[in-house]
Design a protein around this ligand. Structure first.
Ligand code: DP6
Length: 360
């Protein structure tokens, strides 16, 4: 199904060659996207903090061909070296977005990418990677149509990034980003992400996320396999409804700065995500013993200190430890003293809420 809104009419300008670089951040979901329909349509709405330090930088160099080519012409480099492994994913991305960027077979592209986080960290780079690539391609489209507004630019970048990886559509802007139709969120859409449109208390403007690398290996379950497990899952319908309820619940949390309720929703979302994987067929256990050790330590510390430290998880064993800025000294000390021992090679990444992608 083609979304005609993003199909361009005739371009007013031409561009022979050029080069553009974008740095796009990763994001961490508070209400999780898990389960999707055809064409990268999410089964439920989600919301995330945009991150700052974890990011992908992508440079796209392009040169117009004499004649339109029957195939895509793309050279891929990762951290300075040719990277053929990326080709199937990038080509399937180009195939999906071609109806919206009809010039893709008219150019030869060189795509050079690098990540700010270590290659084998268990941190997914598809969100930041697809967002950075979508933005580079949008920069080329803007050369062809300079009248394009910045709102449209961002919205279409999010729309295209979604077709590469769902969560990537939440990595264009900051700082609190919502994706997926929700009847009470004005402007929400399954096709692209939006900035959260309601009031957000200042405590959520400066949140910290220390990512504890419990398992730096490759993901045990790819997200496409994971999303598929939600088809015919015995609890999926209830889960999708719950995401709507949790998103609604966050509205007053964000407005009032209600940290206790924030913790309850965020931790419940993380555990539900993992519960879905444990109860699908085939079933998966993506937590490691140290994931649980960390969670228990966080709960003990929170109780003992009345701080607002909490955790969330992606589809893996690593733990994102979330806390507000005014508690950062005491919480970070605790992380270093008591949690880092559970990390593989004692490795962790210090990150915080960020404000979106930047053109370099
Ligand atoms: C657990 O965005 O990686 O991180 O659309 O198949 O690329 P694809 O999936 P992906 O799924 C992310 C799942 C999650 C939750 C989230 O980020 O909302």
């Amino acid at each position: 199904m083609i979304s005609t809104h993003f199909v361009p009419s005739v371009y007013s300008h031409q561009k022979k060659e050029g080069k553009v670089t974008w740095k796009a951040p990763s994001n961490i979901a508070l209400v999780k996207y898990w389960g999707k329909k055809e064409n990268q349509i999410p089964a439920n709405p989600s919301i995330s903090f945009t991150l700052d330090a974890c990011a992908t930088t992508t440079t796209v160099s392009y040169k117009k061909l004499e004649n339109r080519s029957p195939e895509f012409s793309i050279d891929l480099f990762f951290e300075g070296k040719p990277k053929e492994d990326f080709r199937p994913k990038i080509e399937s991305f180009f195939n999906r977005i071609e109806p919206y960027l009809p010039f893709l077979k008219e150019y030869i592209f060189i795509v050079e990418t690098s990540n700010s986080f270590p290659h084998s960290s268990g941190i997914a780079s598809s969100a930041s990677g697809m967002a950075a690539l979508a933005l580079c391609l949008m920069s080329l489209e803007k050369e062809l149509n300079p009248e394009m507004s910045s709102d449209f630019f961002n919205q279409k970048a999010s729309f295209l990034a979604r077709l590469g990886s769902g969560s990537a559509c939440r990595s264009i802007e900051g700082d609190l980003i919502q994706w997926g139709e929700h009847k009470e969120i004005i402007g929400s859409s399954d096709l692209f992400a939006i900035k959260y449109p309601f009031k957000v208390h200042s405590v959520f403007k400066n949140y910290f996320d220390t990512i504890l690398l419990v398992d730096k290996g490759q993901k045990q379950v790819s997200s496409s396999v994971g999303h598929n497990l939600m088809h015919n899952h015995p609890f999926s319908e209830k889960r999708f409804k719950q995401a709507h309820v949790n998103l609604k619940g966050l509205q007053s949390v964000f407005e009032k700065g209600d940290l206790d309720k924030f913790i309850e929703i965020v931790e419940s979302e993380a555990l539900t995500l993992h519960a879905m994987m444990m109860t699908s067929l085939p079933y998966f256990m993506l937590m490691k013993p140290n994931t649980l050790n960390i969670i228990n330590k966080i709960w003990e510390f929170r109780k003992a200190t009345n701080t607002h430290i909490c955790f969330t998880l992606d589809a893996g064993a690593n733990v994102h430890v979330l806390y507000p800025e005014n508690e950062k000294d005491v919480v970070f000390q605790f992380i270093k003293d008591e949690l880092v021992v559970y990390c593989e090679e004692q490795q962790y990444i210090c990150d915080r809420i960020g404000f979106g992608a930047k053109q370099l």
